[in-house]
Design a protein around this ligand. Sequence first.
Ligand SMILES: *[C@@H]1O[C@H](CO)[C@@H](O)[C@H](O)[C@H]1NC(C)=O
Length: 340
Amino acid sequence: MASLIISIVSITLLFFFKASTGSEVLATNHYNYNLNEKVTLDDQYSIDNLEKLFYTNKGITHDVFVKKIHSHNDYWRNTPLLDAISLGVQSVEADVWYFPENNDETVYVGHSMKSLKKGVTLDSLYINPLNAILKGSNNKQDDSADIIIKDHNGINGVFDTDHETTLYLFIDLKTDGNQLFDKIHSKFQNFCNNKWLSYYNQTSDEFKWGPITIIGTGNTPLDKVKNQGEIRYIFFDGPLNKLKEVSEDEINHKVSPIVSSSLRMLVQQLEITDLLNDDQVKNIKELVEIAHKGNMKTRIWDTPWWPVNLEKGIWRQIINDIKSDYLNVDDLVEGVEFKW
Ligand SMILES: *[C@@H]1O[C@H](CO)[C@@H](O)[C@H](O)[C@H]1NC(C)=O
């Protein structure tokens, strides 16, 4: 319980915004807070500085190691992307909304329609900061000495300690999937041109990892994912629970480098009030093995979060027994600090 409270307090501290003069503070690095001290913020994580900081040893991902964690329910954080990557979390998710019928070309980010706000957008929360970070990690400046070495197909990723690690960006399409898909596709064209995205070349039949791997979920139409022309750079969140039923032609790592399911779908139960039994573990493990054989990573979401011993017990089963890849967490600090 004490650690839960500390987690809640610390994650709250991650949220401080500087609303006053100068550039907006996007996030505070988790190393910068101390529960015993009054938190003071400087503007070092302003968008202007995200790029510049990469040339120093103070970049937002400096000194943090990458963890196979998916930051679920990102929408309730003020700076979801930056909070996550500053903790080394490798996978993030944005719920996106689009209303072209109102002559509005903005792609909003939020959990529900009523939570949408002007200015809280895919650009402001994800595209602009990622653009700054990747510019920083891929440009050498005189004073950067030799710390930035281009080593991942010549392109560096967002994690300073491991440039070859991709960041999964799940984009959950909430409004019309066809319209939103086209919009998102065009928004990331530049990233693709810069070789900042994982992609599949349909002509050469090659999949290449890049700094960011975009995974469409929610209303993402599978046929649009499959028909992006020669280069596919938006992928499909494949159904882990159906891997025994769908054909390899339908779902494979060139379409779905990662597949997911809710735990409730996997066990076909409305509520999970107990640890998984041996049969359940075995069944899910078989699905995960099919995914791994096909070169696909796995994520199981919607796990119980209360009581805490059930939450943690299920995490252990999912990662240690079932051998699923990504731990899905709502509370980042709790996930990052969890002792296996
Ligand atoms: C895709 O593969 C084809 C065939 O090898 C090649 O000619 C083309 O340049 C590749 N496209 C990209 C963007 O890598």
